[in-house]
Write a protein that binds this ligand. Structure first.
Ligand code: ADP
Ligand code: MG
Length: 618
């Protein structure tokens, strides 16, 4: 007797369902795709228990007549594809005809639908694979699909569902992506009777980005569009060079309406920002909408259609990179391509900001007065690093004896450099000479030359200042003119609640704003950068990882202060005005450990007159 049997159809469907639906959000995704394919302009999603108990999707699309209703739940039944050639140019979101069959096999699903012109509607039900007859039913034009008891009959899958809040979070993420991708449609999500996503007719993508990710962020984004004749049309909303996040969640790519993950486009995006984001793992924010002839892209490569394959990846890569890069360069008039490519970029620390932090006047600190900007490598040539305030009298003394001049044993300069040679500026008279490679400050000391790593030193200054303040009280706050509403994940919301005292002490004024957002009223003054949202996410991520790694309070606090110092400090690549340099040196004077940054890297390198003389055999 043979042991091999063909599986019953409903078991085949249940197995197939695992590929298409794994949680309420994927059911919602399939149903909303169907609604959009049906031409809907208004889509309402209602959930109970995060969708685990009940999902309802209602649309005003073309509807289904009784024949369609009879076929809708059948496997491989679709109105969107007729022949294998059609696969080469799919313009609809769905095409495989397996979503409804899969969903019906693992839940109790009903469809009530009425085509626009029809007098009445129809109703059909699929109870875990058992199909009902189509019956007449009262219905508004359009379609309502209700899915109850998802995976109730498949305990192995049911147990992978998370809390209602988590499942709801995934549904909300899914709907926000649809809402960005299809700005011409109105989307609504209600959870247990309360609206959790709302959108309005006639608002554009930028307004929707503002709704979901904060108005401040939305306002700060640049806009980029490819040339009219580009092979792939690009529309992008992207952060200017100074605005970044601690993770890549706000890098979203849509291809012909689908939200996808795509390595080609991801790489092009990183290339566009090359040398424009700070070192480390900071990520720009980019919402990228690509449209092209469906023949250019294969969407039939992934079960949930989350990936695509380009027929010509190089063309896509270059179009995306070039379009974004042009917008980024255009955003900062005065930075030429060459300068950007070699790492020079305009200061992200504005003059007023610096003046605020360091108590110096902003006078003369306009960009045009910055020294050495845009001219790395030519610092000692004409017009590069301009010498500034007249050299004090203690300059080179021609009468100075040439002792040790010919002592070959003392020749190599690095033998005599003193990377840890005492506190920068401590009672030392230093004359700024210039900034080289927009990273190092060159100073003349009373007895030679000092080179300072601007980021390392500023970081050290801020680290000490913040630590001091925290020992005696709370950090200074900077109130925002308009509170920034920041949407939080469940984990972040939990962290903000648990750590509210610490967060307040660090200079944040944050209050609950609905269920999954907070309004930020003030940020730490030391972090006066235009990105409260990004910085709050970063802080919460840090607290979360500290908690996971079981850091004690002191270690956690030190990690937080460390990060704040890093975020507040000028970066390598920031052009500095001479006034800013002087202010920085004045700050450093008061420190005990100015010779190293909080990570232990040296902040300075000193060469005495003797070192120089030995080197040059004078
Ligand atoms: P696919 O979307 O791949 O065609 P589905 O199983 O998702 O497969 O849907 C099967 C068919 O049911 C679709 O091709 C479409 O004709 C019809 N359909 C599903 N949902 C709707 C809807 N909301 N409005 C109109 N027709 C729908
Ligand atoms: Mg479908």
């Amino acid at each position: 007797m043979g042991r091999i049997r063909a599986l019953p159809v409903h078991v085949v469907n249940q197995i197939a369902a695992g590929e298409v639906v794994d949680r309420p959000a994927s059911v919602v995704k399939e149903l909303v795709e169907n609604a959009l394919d049906a031409g809907a302009r208004r889509i309402e999603v209602r959930l109970t228990e995060g969708g685990k108990a009940r999902i309802e999707v209602r649309d005003d699309g073309c509807g289904m007549d009784p024949d369609d209703l009879a076929a809708a739940f059948l496997p491989h039944a679709t109105s969107k594809l007729a022949s294998v050639e059609d696969l080469d140019h799919i313009a609809s979101l769905g095409f495989r005809g397996e979503a409804l069959a899969s969903i019906g096999s693992v839940s109790r699903a009903t469809i009530t639908s009425r085509p626009a012109g029809a007098a009445t509607g129809g109703f059909v039900e699929d109870r875990e694979g058992a199909l009902s007859e189509v019956r007449p039913a009262a219905a508004a034009p359009g379609t309502v699909i209700v899915v109850e008891g998802l995976f109730a009959g498949v305990p192995a899958r049911r147990k992978f569902l998370r809390t209602s809040a988590t499942e709801l979070g995934h549904v909300v993420d899914t709907l926000e992506r649809f809402a960005l991708s299809f700005p011409e449609a109105v989307f609504l999500v209600e959870h247990e009777g309360r609206p959790v996503v709302t959108t309005a007719a006639g608002e554009g993508r930028r307004a929707r980005i503002g709704r979901f990710h904060g108005d401040d962020l939305a306002r700060s984004l640049l806009e980029a569009r490819s040339a009219d004749d580009a092979p792939v049309h690009v529309e992008a909303y992207l952060s200017p060079p100074g605005v970044t996040r601690g993770d890549a969640r706000l890098q979203q790519v849509y291809v012909n309406g689908r939200y996808v993950r795509d390595r080609t486009v991801g790489h092009a995006l990183r290339e566009a920002y090359r040398d424009l984001v700070p070192p480390g793992d900071r990520q720009p924010v980019v919402f990228l909408f690509l449209t092209c002839d469906p023949a250019r892209v294969d969407v039939n490569v992934h079960p949930t259609k989350a990936e695509v394959r380009w027929r010509d990846p190089a063309v896509v890569h270059e179009t995306v990179r070039r379009t974004l890069r042009a917008a980024l360069e255009g955003a900062r008039p005065g930075v030429d391509v060459g300068a950007a490519a070699t790492g020079a970029r305009p200061s992200t620390l504005e003059a007023a900001e610096f003046a605020f932090l360091h108590g110096v006047g902003g006078q003369g600190a306009g960009r045009e007065a910055r020294w050495g900007a845009g001219a790395p490598g030519s610092a000692w040539g004409g017009g590069g690093a301009t010498a500034f305030p007249p050299a004090p009298a203690h300059g080179h003394d021609p009468a100075h004896p040439h002792d040790h001049a010919h002592d070959p044993a003392h020749a190599p300069a690095h033998d005599h450099a003193h990377p840890h040679g005492g506190a920068v500026g401590a009672r030392e008279r230093l004359r700024p000479v210039g900034q080289v490679l927009t990273t190092y400050l060159v100073l003349e000391s009373e007895d030679g030359l000092v080179i300072v790593d601007q980021h390392a030193l500023h970081e050290r200054v801020l680290f000490d200042r913040i630590s001091d303040r925290l020992r005696t009280g709370a950090l200074e706050v900077q109130h925002l003119l308009v509170p920034a509403v920041v949407t939080l994940s469940r984990a972040e919301a939990a962290r903000i609640h648990e750590e509210r005292e610490l967060i307040a002490k660090l200079g944040w004024e944050v209050e609950a704003f609905g269920d999954d957002a907070v309004a930020v009223r003030a940020v730490p003054a030391v972090l006066r950068r235009p990105d409260p949202e990004g910085l709050l996410h970063e802080l919460l991520a840090l607290l979360e990882s500290g908690r996971r790694e079981g850091l004690d309070r002191a270690a956690l606090l030190s990690a937080v202060v460390d990060r704040m110092a890093c975020r507040g400090a000028v970066m390598a690549g920031d052009p500095l005005h001479p006034d800013e340099v002087l202010a920085l040196l004045a700050q450093a004077e008061a420190l005990n450990h100015a010779h190293s940054c909080p990570h232990g890297r040296p902040t300075r390198l000193a060469m005495t007159r003797r070192d120089l003389e030995r080197y040059f055999h004078r």
